[in-house]
Write a protein that binds this ligand. Structure first.
Ligand code: UDP
Length: 328
C-alpha cells in the first residue's frame, strides 16, 4: 500500500516510515518541519505541507494517490497544551479535519491514528485497558480524544475504517541508528537524562517525589519506538472500512522516574546530578498499559521488554558522532 505518513519526518513517524518500507509498503512523508527533520525522510518521497493548509493537503493526496493514511503530525507537549489550548486544537483537531476532507475527496478508506494514553487521565484502575474511562487531564489528551470520536463517527458513517493506537511512553531509537529522537527543546525524560549523562545538560530535575507511588515519583510504561512502528503496520494491514478499533500499546511494566535514572546510570556508566523539583502540571502519577488486546487482535507484542535495552538504543543514537544530514 502507498501510505501518506503525516509527521513522517518526526520521531515516531520516521520509524513508521522505515517499518512500512521494510514490510513492502510505500511511505510518503507529509511534514511541515515544525518539529520534524529533513534528515529523517529516508524511506520514500516527501510532501512538504502544513496540515492547516487545506488545499495543500488535498493537492498532496491527488499527487500521491495513497491507499491509506498514518497520522502522527501533532503538537505533543502536555505543558504547552495547558498554556496554549487554542493552538493545540487548531493543529491537532482542525488539521486532522483537513486530512479527512482530502481522504473523502480522493477515496482513501484506511486511517491509522497516533493516539495516546493521555486520553485516559487519572484513574485507580491499573493497568489501563481500552475500556478504561477516557478523561483527559489536559488539552493535548482532549485533542487526541476528540479525533478518536471523529474517527468513530466517520467509520460508523462508512466513510473509512480507522485504528487508534494509544501509546504509552514512546522511547528509544532505531537499533540500526538510522533515525532517532531529536526534539528542540527536549522535554521527555529519557533523552533529558541522557543529555545530563553526556554532559550536555547540568542536571536532571525529578518532577515530584511525593506521588502515591512506590518511590514517590511518577510511573510510566516505556515502549520502544520500533515496536510502536511495527504495531502501526499491523494496524494498517487489518483496518477495514466501517470499523473503528482502539488498542493500547505498552509493555505492561511501569518504571518510576528514579528507576529510569538508575537504568541510565547502568547503561551509560556515567554519573550525573539529580535534583528534586516541583510536580509538573498535568502529570498523572501512574500510567501502565494492558496491551493484551493488541496481542490478541493484531498479533503484536513488544520485542524490547527490558528498560535497559530501550535506554541503550537511545544512548547509542545520542552518542553518534555525526547525525546524517544534521546540517539540514
Ligand atoms: N520527568 C521528570 N523530569 C524531566 C522530564 C520528565 O521528572 O525532566 C517526568 C515527568 O514528570 C513524567 C515522566 O518523567 O512523570 C515522563 O515524562 P515525559 O515528558 O517523558 O512523558 P509523558 O509521560 O509526559 O508523556
Amino acid at each position: 500500500m502507498r501510505v501518506i505518513v503525516t509527521g513522517g519526518a518526526g520521531y515516531i513517524g520516521s520509524h513508521a516510515c522505515k517499518a512500512l518500507a521494510e514490510a513492502g509498503h510505500e511511505p510518503v512523508a507529509l511534514d511541515n518541519f515544525t518539529t520534524g527533520h529533513r534528515w529523517a525522510v529516508k524511506w520514500g518521497p516527501l510532501a512538504e505541507v502544513d496540515l492547516n493548509d487545506r488545499r495543500g493537503v488535498l493537492a498532496a493526496f491527488r499527487e500521491y494517490q495513497p491507499d491509506a493514511v498514518m497520522h502522527f503530525a501533532a503538537l505533543s507537549i502536555v505543558g504547552d497544551s495547558v498554556n496554549q489550548p487554542d493552538l493545540y486544537y487548531r493543529t491537532n483537531v482542525s488539521g486532522t479535519l483537513n486530512l479527512f476532507e482530502a481522504m473523502t475527496q480522493t477515496g482513501v478508506e484506511r486511517f491509522v491514528f497516533s493516539s495516546s494514553c493521555a486520553t485516559y487521565g487519572e484513574t485507580n484502575e491499573m493497568p489501563l485497558t481500552e475500556a478504561s474511562p477516557q478523561m483527559p487531564l489536559n488539552p493535548y489528551g482532549q485533542s487526541k480524544m476528540m479525533v478518536e470520536q471523529m474517527l468513530k463517527d466517520l467509520s460508523a458513517a462508512g466513510d473509512c475504517g480507522a485504528t487508534a493506537l494509544r501509546y504509552f511512553n514512546a522511547a528509544g531509537a532505531d537499533p540500526d541508528g538510522e533515525t532517532g529522537e531529536d526534539h528542540d527543546p527536549e522535554t521527555h525524560l529519557i533523552p533529558i537524562i541522557l543529555q545530563a549523562a553526556s554532559g550536555r545538560r547540568s542536571h536532571i530535575s525529578v518532577f515530584g517525589s511525593d506521588y502515591d507511588t512506590p518511590d514517590g515519583t511518577c510511573v510510566r510504561d516505556y515502549v520502544h519506538v520500533s515496536d510502536l512502528a511495527r504495531a502501526h503496520v499491523a494496524a494498517l494491514e487489518t483496518t477495514t472500512r466501517g470499523e473503528f478499533r482502539a488498542f493500547n500499546l505498552g509493555t505492561g511494566h511501569g518504571h518510576s522516574v528514579r528507576e529510569v535514572i538508575e537504568s541510565a546510570r547502568r547503561v551509560t556508566g556515567r554519573s550525573f546530578d539529580v535534583r528534586e523539583a516541583e510536580r509538573r502540571a498535568g502529570d498523572a502519577p501512574l500510567l501502565v498499559a494492558d496491551a493484551s488486546k493488541a496481542k490478541a487482535e493484531l498479533g503484536w507484542s513488544p520485542q524490547f521488554t527490558e528498560l535497559d535495552d530501550i535506554v541503550r538504543t537511545a544512548w547509542h543514537w545520542m552518542e553518534r558522532d555525526t547525525k546524517a544530514g544534521s546540517a539540514a
